[in-house]
Design a binder for this molecule. Structure first.
Ligand SMILES: [Zn+2]
Length: 380
């Protein structure tokens, strides 16, 4: 039986393990968000810590039953109902890797669409959109009424003979697998999963983390992938805001990029990798403020205050020629639903001769409106 303090230590160890290669103060935002998760999770389990396994994030409904635990052994197989190219295939691969680590052997994975019956010692994975088999196979009653599940939801049943994950959709199935991965543990001499029923869906539709390339100072692709896979996807984060700025190479304005910037092929690799893990990538281009590292080293004449270069001048048409060139390249690459335009810590508007007669809040709003009008025309 674990105390809250022990569970907190365990949670922290999990995070540190996942971030082991790059733990540094520059990832404080990520830590902040994950600690928030941990705190929320601790609050919710404080009254139930004696009974339920620690899971992050905490499921909507969790019930321990008396049918017994599932023991993972070398004969344990995985049956996938949606074929080899299902959207949640990377989740299946993650589970396979976990079991292989425990057992020293890759579990057998079969892709059997709509099976008539399931053998014992099997982990069955499917989603409710591909529903035909569910009527034939003798699933527990628990799966009969799924009307309460929201998008990205799933049900997970663990019994002594079978584990069943059914997602409301492919994202839900992927998240069910992530919950299962947190439940598989070596307990005593056995690797087991406690007998449990979980019915879960996300409380918040957009669950995001902000990653600033400029703060990283260099982009290690393997680190970003590890972050996506082992930290974000594993904890059901579905949005990654990448503050691109000078961290990517631009064709039209190469002088804006730092020498460590990644190229578009590498960025595309990150976007595609995130998407496979059910994470949308939102690009951020820091605009108006914080131009001391982005626009102004290459174009110092655009500074609102040349004596303290920080904001660009929102009354200078050249600003928007360059900014829209950058946004064109970013939108073409990311094809985003949303675009983050920064505007963080804007400090010195109304300083230059062109802006001196204007109210700073109007200069600010006109900049936002110009950018919004432009990107709206581009379908963002
Ligand atoms: Zn100005």
């Amino acid at each position: 039986m674990k105390t809250d303090a022990e569970i907190k230590i365990e949670g922290t160890k999990m995070l540190i393990k996942a971030l082991r290669k790059n733990v540094c103060v520059r990832h404080f935002i990520l830590f902040g968000i994950l600690l928030l998760f941990s705190t929320a999770f601790l609050l919710r389990i404080s009254c139930a810590a004696e009974k339920f396994p620690p899971l992050i994030p905490y499921p909507q409904v969790m019930e321990i039953h008396n049918e017994g635990a599932f023991v993972v052994n070398k004969g344990t197989g995985i049956c996938v109902n949606d074929g080899e190219n299902s959207g949640y295939r990377v989740g299946v691969n993650m589970l396979v890797e976990d079991i292989k680590k425990y057992m020293g052997k890759t579990p057998q994975v079969s892709f059997v669409t709509n099976p008539d019956k399931l053998r014992d010692n099997i982990i069955f994975i499917g989603n409710m959109e591909n529903h035909n088999s569910l009527k034939r196979v003798n699933f527990p009653k628990f799966f009969e009424d799924n009307s309460q599940l929201h998008p990205e939801g799933y049900k997970l049943y663990v019994g002594p003979k079978k584990v069943i994950i059914l997602g409301k959709d492919e994202a839900g199935t992927f998240y069910g697998i992530q919950t299962l991965r947190q439940l598989i543990k070596k307990r005593g001499t056995e690797v087991s999963i406690p007998g449990i029923k979980i019915s879960d869906y996300p409380q918040i539709k957009m669950r995001g983390v902000h990653l600033c390339f400029q703060q990283l100072g260099a982009v290690d692709l393997s680190f970003v992938k590890m972050l996506i896979r082992e930290v974000l996807a594993a904890h059901k984060i579905n949005t990654l805001i990448i503050q691109v700025d000078d961290g990517m190479k631009y064709e039209r304005h190469p002088q804006l990029s730092k020498n460590w910037a990644i190229d578009k092929i590498e960025m595309k690799e990150i976007i595609s990798y995130a998407q496979k893990h059910f994470i949308q990538v939102i690009p951020e281009i820091q605009s108006l403020g914080h131009q001391d590292y982005f626009f102004l080293p290459a174009y110092p004449e655009l500074a609102e205050n040349p004596n303290n270069p920080w904001d660009y001048c929102p009354s200078n048409p050249k600003v928007y020629q360059i900014l829209f060139d950058v946004l064109d390249e970013v939108i073409a690459l990311f094809q985003p639903d949303y675009l983050h335009i920064g505007h963080d810590e804007v400090e010195q508007l109304g300083v230059c001769p062109k802006c001196r007669q204007k109210e700073p809040h109007l200069l600010f709003s006109s900049d936002v409106n110009k950018i919004n009008t432009y990107i709206s025309q581009k379908g963002v």
